[in-house]
Design a protein around this ligand. Sequence first.
Ligand code: HEM
Length: 474
Amino acid sequence: KRRNLPPGPIPLPLIGNLQSMLLEKPGYECFRRWNKQFGDLYTFWMGNTPYVIVSSYELMKETFIRDGDTYKDKFPQPFNEKFRGGIFGIIETNGHLWNTHRRFALSTLRDFGLGKDLMQEKILIEVEDIFRKYDAQIDKDMEISTILHNAIANVINQTIFGYRFDESNQEEYKKLKHLIEFQENVFTSAKVTVQVFAPKLGKILPGESLEDLMKDWKNSFYDFFNTQIENHRQKIDFDSEESQDYAEAYLKEQKKYEALGDTELFSNKQLSNTCLDLWFAGLSTTNTTANWTICYVMNTPGVLEKIHDELDKVVGSDRLVTTADKNNLPYMNAVINESQRCTNIVPINLFHATTRDTVINGYPVKKGTGVIAQISTVMLDEKVFPEPYKFKPERFIDESGKLIKVDELVPFSIGKRQCPGEGLARMELFLFIANFFNRYQISPSSEGLPSIDKSERVGVFPRKFNAILKKRHV
Ligand code: HEM
């Protein structure tokens, strides 16, 4: 089976090369090594399945961008199909279903004011809310990450279902947070990773089966999404032009399609799964990045002072920082860029499949072969980012103090599947982080600095940490 594929590390029976990823946490170091050993293109085996790894920006441009249609499908994962009861949503679907729903999600996000003031207003309500919560504990040793998580959950839930998690529904929020943490802890363990990606080996491992582990968790999530959708269905006014949230917009679109006799494309199952995709993809990613940004800044001498210097020159008070300030805050943007690069949330990107027979770097690659744009190693390439494990925002600033655009900064991936939430995520990261540092001086709690060690788990997850905040403008 290996003969015609680009050469790569020798796979072991049943597990393939998965063990390297699991042993070298958080999971990208083996890919960096193989990149040096085999070059920009090699084959990595997850269980019995080969994936062709594209591992330089230049080759990604040639494949995923210039020949985007060839790389736009997702490689089917039986686990996902079992979990969802079919192939639904945006992340896992292909063809017309995927294309229609991706476009619908993008245009709905745009209608909700992404790039305009409407979305900013929603995020700034959350910024003011976290200020109230942090202000109540000023000068005390306090937990930083939960308040931030609640705010980011509010932005996505407001966008999808039109309401926030405030004092009145904290129980619901806590339950959801618990489910997300369960996913972050259990579903990323070595055993579960083997069960998902090397199922033949996974089946013979002792302990709970994947199905048993998944059952309650899956039911609780779908219950939440289905309840929200049912509530919307009961309240919806199909005659109103404007929609308040994604679920409402979807139900209206569903009605239009039904009137044309199509009950498949905008189905109920597709709605709950699209909500699941947006909710998950929108919350964990943004929260993890924002959370690590604070950790990196606290751990890197000199950065906080530079952030404050710039904010004092440009903002100069405790007024809210808005997107209108963004272009005047190059250092702040550089901090966020560097944080996205260092946080590097996906040690291995999502699994694509070729839509036709093709040739990459002279190797014939058959239609339906797994192919991955290895973005995490591109962002750790020392030729582009010297001392890649060091947090150095200056690498994004030129001699005249301007922000430099570096093509190899690709946290949102590239090509036809590039993250559709990028605009929202960027806006959130800027508004939450710039406002946080503008309002507060942060210092370590009695427990010391938050950890930036990633060697405990496969994957990158938010840190729980305490710190002491003081107001900078009194
Ligand atoms: C810092 C924040 C975020 C990062 C780093 C991030 C990163 C990514 C990456 C690497 C992919 C995989 C692309 C590929 O298959 O090549 C992706 C896909 C996706 N993201 Fe994000 N994302 C973020 C925030 C968001 C937000 C806020 C949303 C929703 C509002 C979102 C929704 C999605 C969806 C639906 C996909 C699947 C797209 C498709 O398959 O067509 N993401 N994201």
